[in-house]
Ligand binder design. Structure first.
Ligand code: SF4
Length: 121
């Protein structure tokens, strides 16, 4: 017998926060309901099968007590978020830092860079 599963989510693609129900059969998405627009359908499908997150954190800066805010340059598969955070913790930036500058290349071997979200003189 093939398992049927319903996943209840809140779409976070815009402030409306539509309640979604993703129906899966045998691990495959067969329907998404509750969405008001196609972005919600795409979000529900992705969240149910390959959830991703943009990672935000801070990188320590050499000779500066204030770390610099950063984020992943693109969403990371949720199972790799800890690897990216480990790479961020191990990194040290050196001022000056430009907005958008790559602070950690290929963070945690994910192929995703970590970039500065603020400049530092
Ligand atoms: S389904 Fe569309 S309208 Fe609803 S929260 Fe998602 S993006 Fe916004």
């Amino acid at each position: 017998m093939i398992a049927t599963e319903e996943l209840e989510l809140t779409c976070i693609q815009c402030p409306m926060g539509c309640p979604l129900v993703v129906t899966m059969v045998g691990g495959q998405v067969v329907s998404v309901s509750g969405n008001t627009c196609p972005r919600g359908k795409a979000y529900g499908e992705q969240e149910a099968t390959h959830p991703v997150r943009v990672v935000t954190s801070f990188v320590e800066v050499e000779d500066d007590i204030h770390p610099i805010p950063c984020k992943s340059s693109q969403p990371v598969l949720r199972e790799h978020v800890a690897d990216v955070l480990d790479a961020i913790r191990a990194a040290r930036a050196k001022a000056p830092v430009a907005l958008g500058e790559v602070l950690v290349a290929n963070a945690g071997g994910t192929g995703v860079d970590v970039i500065a979200t603020k400049a530092r003189g």
